[in-house]
Design a binder for this molecule. Structure first.
Ligand code: HEM
Length: 418
């Protein structure tokens, strides 16, 4: 265990200059866990942030995630800041914030949406969307890496997957407000807009559920609402309006911001490692799958995720009472030298076939992992086959968040396509 006198890792300010890798490495090498004190954040809806034990090592992070009976997602939610007490129960309608057995039942329903076949069927649409994104900027030679490149695709892909492409623009607009990717750096304004957007998406989900209920139209969302998804038990009921509202919110949080973050970070990382970029460009087919895995390892889009203990426990000798907050710190764990050789080197040819912890582990393992991989491989292929010298050309603004390694803006430049 390590006590630290530095500002807490639960405070967004610790991430203003990006991931504090050196600090996290020092903590990880000093011990498996470190206590990060709570803080008061007046820009948050619930200003008290509870202190938490951060778990920094690969194997121990996995041990926490594989034991949902002891480490609950439901108590206090997986967010790093507790929602207001009256919101906790409502938020347990989101899959991420459920524990078994409720989680297991509902996960079967959501998992039926993300079958490998369905994801693969989306490939031509994802390719067309990625082409549109790069067509728009390729002749110009400059762009904003977030607004113009990373942001436009993920939410539209989700709309396609669910069979509601007509809602794509609306979902994209709401998701921009939700992720704070609006032209305002004031944290309070961003938070207010994000909360309003969360409500909007919830309402949109409920409305769409009502439209689809009892009127099967062959779309995935209609099957989800009417309980007729292929692979789902006959006695499994469809999702309620409320669940559908939370489901769309989960898509916006889990399936949108993560992919846009990975896309933007990929551009940054490849410009910092030009040798690896040249290798990728030399044979896109061969190196792309490994490149995507390595981007997610090197700069985990989700920095940390939280659990709350259901009993008195110990992690590597550190006692923790029942009700303690435990934070699985992916950023540090994915650079744990116990799990990865030379972990601070970005190497797209890494051979260690590690479970990709960036997608979580165990009961809550990311249901969208294959869809994320598909999107990242397709958009990065479009970028590196057409504008391979793309690089940040001005101030990169990091999202000051302990949860996600997002970027708010990143001007980029490249040789225009002729
Ligand atoms: C690079 C992109 C992505 C990353 C890094 C990522 C990461 C994660 C992580 C770490 C979890 C586990 C959270 C926990 O244990 O509490 C998770 C869960 C989840 N993700 Fe993703 N995700 C990505 C993309 C997506 C996409 C594209 C979708 C869907 C469109 C998606 C849908 C989900 C869902 C539904 C869950 C909840 C699973 C459950 O609670 O059982 N994710 N994701």
């Amino acid at each position: 265990m390590t006590e630290t006198s530095e500002p807490t890792l639960l405070d967004g300010d610790s991430y203003i200059d990006g991931c504090p890798h050196a600090r996290l490495a020092a903590l990880r090498e000093a011990g498996t866990t470190s206590w990060q004190p709570g803080t008061v954040d007046p820009s948050m809806s619930q200003p008290e942030v509870f202190g938490a034990w951060f778990v920094h090592r690969y194997e121990e992070v996995k041990s926490v995630l594989r034991d949902p009976a002891t480490f609950s997602s439901q108590r206090g939610t997986v967010m790093l800041v507790d929602p207001a007490p009256d919101r906790v129960e409502a938020m347990s309608n989101m899959l991420l914030n459920m524990d078994p057995p409720k989680h297991s039942r509902y996960r079967r329903l959501v998992a039926a949406i993300f079958t490998p076949r369905r994801v693969e069927e989306l490939r031509p649409r994802v390719e067309a969307l990625a082409k549109q994104v790069i067509d728009r900027i390729a002749p110009i030679g400059t762009a904003d890496g977030i607004h113009d490149i990373a942001a436009p695709m993920p939410m539209r892909v989700i709309a396609e997957l669910l069979g509601i492409p007509e809602r794509g623009e609306q979902l994209f607009e709401i998701s921009n407000r939700m992720t704070g990717a609006v032209d305002d750096r004031d944290p309070e304004t961003r938070l207010r807009l994000a909360l309003e957007a969360a409500l909007d998406i919830h309402v949109l989900g409920q409305e769409t559920a009502r439209e689809k209920r009892g009127r099967p139209d062959g779309t995935v969302l209609s099957a989800y609402v009417n309980g007729t998804l292929e692979g789902v038990d006959a006695d499994q009921q469809g999702a309620t309006d409320e669940e559908t509202g939370w489901f769309l919110m989960l898509m916006a949080v889990g399936g949108n911001e993560t992919v846009r973050t990975a896309t933007a970070q990929a551009i940054r990382i490849f410009s910092q490692w030009p040798g690896q970029r040249d290798l990728l460009v030399s044979d896109l087919d061969r190196y792309m799958p490994g490149a995507v895995e390595e981007i997610l390892r090197y700069r985990a889009p989700i920095r940390s995720i939280r659990r709350t203990t259901n009993a008195d426990v110990e992690i590597d000798g550190q006692p923790m009472g029942e009700g303690t907050k435990v934070v699985c710190n992916f950023t540090a764990a994915l650079r744990d030298p116990r799990a990865f050789d030379d972990p601070d080197t970005f190497d797209i040819t890494r051979e260690q076939p590690r479970t990709q912890l960036a997608f979580g582990f165990g009961e809550h393992y990311c249901l969208g992992a294959n869809l994320a991989r598909l999107q990242l491989q397709v958009i990065l292929r479009e970028i590196y086959s057409r504008i391979p010298d793309i690089h940040p050309s001005g101030e990169v603004v990091h999202q000051p968040s302990p949860l996600i390694s997002g970027l708010l803006s990143m001007p980029v430049a490249f040789t225009p396509e002729t």
